[in-house]
Ligand binder design. Structure first.
Ligand code: FES
Ligand SMILES: [Fe+2]
Length: 407
């Protein structure tokens, strides 16, 4: 890959071409529980911009520029009431839509007050997550992906802050061969992971659809009627993997903080065995996935730690001018081409792949997904859960105990 193409593919800041494409989509910002209390302020970075997520005293959410337009003080030290946010330094006050309401040290009729605005962006809550949109108005519909609204299941949100560019994480989602090696043979040294991961992959397929790329794989000894080939699972364009098995289905949302760091979210849903009802969850719990060992080095002793090692160890921005692609990389070649194609579509003034303008489409959004992943049943799911990020979930005991009795 030429250096210029690598720049075009990886950089996400304001004004960059890929930043322009990614700004056409909603991104999850954090768990709703982080900003549940009135007066909450939560500083974050998204697509190279410093932002402040807040909830005022009447319960409304705002997504604002992080620094005061007066003299750039961080507004996270400010105070919220039911009208808006007051800067701690000289008391300028802003509504959640960015209008300036007060400039206490200026003459009462100052024209400056109507001229000054704080940047403000679209924000919504769905499925226990807060979502933000930084692109041009009008914002597209927020996709109500099936798992976000699915009734009768338990949910949790795992997270990790990863020091690498978003693209090396996404490329892993169209690389089915790594499962057999990284999660199969390599992980078996640690006595972890289901044996099904070691089955040989004999055929892979990638197919574009309305919301991204469907990935299929055929394992040695299997048939084209197996879920993994017949149904597969999707990369939801541009930055999400939909994956799962049996009673556990999930999204892996990759949220580019900036060119060199990414928030990774594991959004899981768990069905309980027949006859057991999922208790109500007023709050969707969250948990951190620990991916460093006691010495600060990368862990490789559970499924997702292996993935994180593969994402982070090439360096913050993997140098693709030095890579040697092979025939097994054709999924990621397809994904890179799709990114460049959609980036050109945005530059030509069109909506890119998967952007939804029709509210009915956004509210009835089913994604294809295999149930019997790698040919496994419920026992496989339990082993996969214990061998991966699920072991750190606050719901782990509840879900595993329920299914162990049923299996
Ligand atoms: S820096 Fe915010 S009011 Fe002066
Ligand atoms: Fe993986």
């Amino acid at each position: 890959m030429e250096a210029a193409e690598q720049e075009r593919l990886t950089r996400v800041g304001p004004g960059s071409p890929m930043g322009g494409l990614l700004r056409r989509y909603w991104f999850p910002l954090t768990a709703s529980s982080r900003v549940a209390a009135p007066g909450s302020l939560h500083a974050l970075r998204l697509l190279g911009e410093d932002l402040l997520l807040c909830r005022d005293h009447s319960g409304r959410l705002g997504l604002l520029e992080a620094h005061c337009p007066h003299r750039r003080v961080a507004l996270r030290f400010g105070c919220l009431d039911d009208e808006g946010l007051r800067c701690p330094y000289h008391g300028w006050k802003f509504a959640l839509d960015g209008r300036c309401l007060e400039m206490p040290a200026e003459p009462p009729d100052t024209p400056l007050r109507t001229r000054v605005r704080l940047g403000s962006y679209a924000v919504q809550e769905l499925g226990g997550l807060v979502w933000g949109y930084l692109g041009p108005e009008p914002a597209p519909e927020l996709p109500h992906y099936d798992l976000l609204t699915k009734p009768g299941v338990l949910r949790d949100i795992g997270w990790a802050e990863l020091p690498c560019n978003w693209l090396q994480i996404m490329e892993n989602s169209v690389d089915p061969y790594h499962t057999e090696w990284l999660h199969g043979h390599h992980l078996s040294q640690y006595g972890q992971g289901p044996a099904a991961y070691r089955r040989r992959t004999v055929q892979v397929g990638f197919e574009r659809f309305r919301y991204g790329i469907i990935k299929r794989r055929l394992l040695e000894g299997g048939s084209e009627q197996d879920d993994g080939w017949r149904v597969g699972h999707p990369l939801v364009f541009p930055c999400t993997l939909r994956v799962g098995e049996g009673f556990r289905q999930r999204f892996q949302f990759r949220v580019p903080r900036d060119d060199r760091s990414t928030l990774h979210l594991w959004y899981s849903t768990y069905r309980l065995p027949p006859g057991m009802e999922a208790p109500p969850q007023p709050v969707v719990p969250e948990y951190e996935v620990p991916w460093r060992d006691a010495d600060g080095d990368l862990r490789v002793d559970f499924i997702d730690a292996g993935d994180i090692m593969a994402w982070v160890s090439p360096g913050a921005i993997s140098d693709r001018t030095k890579e040697q692609l092979a025939s097994s990389d054709r999924g990621l070649v397809m994904y890179r081409r799709l990114l460049l194609e959609q980036l050109a579509a945005v530059e030509a003034g069109c909506d890119p792949l998967g952007v939804i303008r029709d509210p009915d489409e956004a509210r009835n959004l089913e994604l294809p997904h295999e149930i019997e992943k790698l040919g496994g049943g419920d026992d496989f799911v339990l082993r996969a859960m214990g061998g991966g990020h699920g072991r750190f979930s606050p719901l782990y005991d509840t879900v595993v105990n329920a299914w162990q009795q049923a299996v």
